[in-house]
Ligand binder design. Structure first.
Ligand SMILES: C[S@@+](CC[C@H](N)C(=O)[O-])C[C@H]1O[C@@H](n2cnc3c(N)ncnc32)[C@H](O)[C@@H]1O
Length: 179
């Protein structure tokens, strides 16, 4: 299924301005959860990374990690790269990730999953690129329609959906590749 790029240069720059003001606490919280889940030296990919705020928060918390970001929008990736070369950002669709089989320890994603047109293709890629023992951590709006993605994740194990905290507007969808 083809994905339309929604974030051109103007939309990307406007998103970055808003994200910077509104979402820093959210990124810090997610970065702390990913940092707690990642083994020393783990390779972590943020899918639909946008301007790359989460990977940068994570790299500050855990300098031992190899942190990467991927996004469908070349304009978002250009913005993400502006903050420095220490994190690798790639233009990529969640349905065709340019990572080798069993090469990632953690895949994280924030506020992007509701835009993916084909949950089956995304789930198949997660199952392919996660290492045995790897973790998937998807965060999105609580009201986002994540049912089809949750169902597609049945190819992984320990699939769970929860709220970030009882009154939170964000939901967390986690899964693991155990074998
Ligand atoms: C609302 S922004 C969220 C950006 C960032 N994760 C954050 O939390 O601020 C959604 C991002 O998902 C990206 N995206 C949408 N569909 C995608 C896909 N199929 N593959 C990769 N990225 C995608 C968009 O280009 C956009 O940058």
């Amino acid at each position: 299924m083809e994905t339309k790029i929604k974030f051109d240069r103007q939309a990307s720059e406007s998103y970055e301005r808003r994200a910077t003001r509104l979402l820093n606490g959210f990124y810090r919280r997610v970065a702390a959860e990913v940092a707690a889940a990642a083994r020393p030296g783990a390779t972590v990919l943020d899918v639909g990374t946008g301007p790359g705020r989460l990977p940068r928060a994570l790299a500050r918390l855990r300098p031992d990690l190899s942190v990467h970001g991927a996004d469908l929008s070349p304009d978002m990736v250009e913005l993400a790269r502006r903050a420095g070369p220490d994190i690798g950002f790639e233009v990529a669709d969640v349905a065709a990730l340019p990572w080798a089989d069993a090469s990632l320890d953690v895949i994280v994603s924030t506020l992007s999953a509701h835009e993916w047109p084909g949950p089956e293709a995304a789930a198949a890629e997660f199952a392919r690129v996660l290492r045995p023992g790897g973790r998937l951590m998807i965060y999105d709006f609580r009201f986002a329609r994540l049912g089809p993605l949750t169902a597609a994740l049945s190819r992984l194990e320990q699939v769970r959906r929860s709220a970030l905290h009882p009154l939170s507007i964000y939901a967390r969808l986690t899964a693991a590749r155990t074998t």
